[in-house]
Design a protein around this ligand. Structure first.
Ligand SMILES: Cc1cc2nc3c(=O)[nH]c(=O)nc-3n(C[C@H](O)[C@H](O)[C@H](O)COP(=O)(O)OP(=O)(O)OC[C@H]3O[C@@H](n4cnc5c(N)ncnc54)[C@H](O)[C@@H]3O)c2cc1C
Length: 406
């Protein structure tokens, strides 16, 4: 056990993997729980020295996302790194360790009337997992995504090299914008250990205007709402199969301003609109994340939202997501098998491509992800492969999980 001894010699908390640590049914040989960037660096150096295939885990809520990785020798659990390192309220900036749960960060920011403008559509997300999965929710319309809010990262490369964005230049990653690269990288490029985010003031008040429309009414309503001067914080739809579509518009702002803007929203939407303080559904994806469900991410131009929604609901999928940004999430009926998922992809991928987007299988049972192409065609695959070769030439970080088997 050279790796175990090496890790212990650096005082790193390490133990044998247990069934509770399994990724896609495979139990990693070892689980390391480093407590600092330096310990992550020592961990990766030791793993690199023996060619150990490594996966990174935050809270594990999205470990199945992407294609199944090949066997992991080592699981690096970053949950021991959960400190808020720096908060400068005057500059609206926060720096924290990657294992910190997003909910904890938001809680700590609340006292100063600020927030990180991202949502938590899968409960329990750590900051590292948030970055690596580039998950987004309703407020991406207003504040953008992780990609827009992340202004600095510290990462550890597969060989143990520590690199900072905007700071020390590391020869083999010089010239890259690490923040952009790490966002959506699914743990295949490096281990994120610290992140710096731009913050927003938390609004004093908020409210939703909602309405149910039949499918013929969806496109004209969305077209109108996308052109309004209401500056909504979110524009969401919820479309169960065989039912009408709920459209919901979120207004956030000052206590004095929100009621007037909601009244204006109602005038725009129509007399049927309901005004409510809060809605549960927009904040959660329409699929469960317990391993039994298949959930898709569908992107398209704004003009394609109604068409993609109709196409997916016709197949029995439940669609929910951001009509204001063209990013939808869709759930197949629980227990859908690989044949059904493949059939849905065959229909939806050309439809999304016709509307400037794509369809990715986010979460699905292992048997489904083994049988279907979860990423679909990604034109930039050769560039991604070159990036992977520069960051992780020995392909030790979650190999196979990314586009094109990267
Ligand atoms: C497997 C994979 C690997 C990747 N690797 C890298 C990498 O290493 N480095 C890198 O830089 N990028 C990489 N990317 C690309 C990167 O992940 C995407 O560019 C990024 O996820 C886009 O994020 P997003 O959430 O803003 O948009 P997405 O949610 O992906 O949505 C994209 C599409 O939605 C629509 N859309 C979104 N927002 C709006 C809006 N405001 N208005 C109108 N339409 C909108 C558009 O059609 C847009 O093209 C990778 C992507 C994939 C799938």
């Amino acid at each position: 056990m050279a790796l175990l001894d090496d890790l212990r010699s650096h005082d790193i908390d390490v133990r044998a993997g247990t069934p509770g640590d399994a990724v896609d049914g495979r139990v990693p040989r070892l689980v390391a729980r480093p407590g600092s960037t330096e310990q992550v660096s020592a961990t990766m150096r030791a793993a690199h020295a023996v060619g150990a295939v490594t996966m990174v885990r935050g809270n594990g809520s999205k470990l199945r996302w992407g294609a199944p990785a090949t066997e992991a020798d080592l699981l690096v659990d970053v949950r021991g790194m959960r400190t808020l390192l720096e908060h400068q309220p005057g500059d609206l900036i926060v720096r924290a360790e990657a294992g910190m749960p997003l909910a904890d960060l938001q809680e700590q920011l609340r006292a100063s009337g600020q927030r990180l403008g991202v949502d938590e559509p899968v409960a329990g997300t750590t900051l590292g997992g948030l970055i690596a999965s580039n998950a987004s929710g309703p407020r991406r319309l207003h504040t953008g995504t992780v990609r827009d809010l992340l202004i600095g990262v510290t990462v550890v490369l597969a060989d143990g090299t520590v690199a900072h964005s905007g700071g020390k230049v590391v020869k083999n990653v010089a010239g890259y914008d690490l923040c952009k690269l790490m966002t959506g990288s699914f743990g295949t490029l490096a281990v994120v250990t610290e992140a710096t985010f731009r913050l927003h003031p938390a609004p004093d008040a908020s409210g939703w205007a909602t309405v149910r429309v039949d499918r013929d009414g969806l496109e004209p309503l969305l077209e109108r709402l996308c052109r309004t001067q209401l500056a909504p914080a979110a524009l969401e739809i919820d479309a169960p199969p065989g039912d009408s579509v709920t459209v919901a518009l979120l207004v956030e702002g000052t206590t004095a301003g929100v009621p007037g803007r909601l009244a204006a929203a109602r005038a725009e939407i129509g007399d049927d609109a309901e005004l409510v303080d809060d809605l549960d559904w927009p904040w959660l994806y329409p699929f469960g994340t317990d391993g039994d469900h298949t959930g898709l991410k569908i992107t398209c131009t704004l003009g394609g939202v109604a068409t993609l929604t109709a196409g997916a609901t016709d197949l029995g999928l439940h669609v929910r997501g951001s009509a204001g940004t063209g990013v939808l999430y869709a759930a197949l009926p629980p227990g859908a098998d690989a044949v059904e998922v493949a059939a849905a992809l065959d229909t939806l991928r050309p439809l999304a491509a016709d509307h400037g987007g794509a369809v990715v299988v986010l979460d699905a049972p292992r048997a489904v992800r083994d049988a279907v192409d979860v990423w679909g065609p990604v034109p930039a695959t050769p560039i991604m492969r070159r990036l992977k070769d520069q960051f992780d030439p020995a392909a030790l970080l979650a190999p196979g999980r990314f586009v094109g088997g990267i």
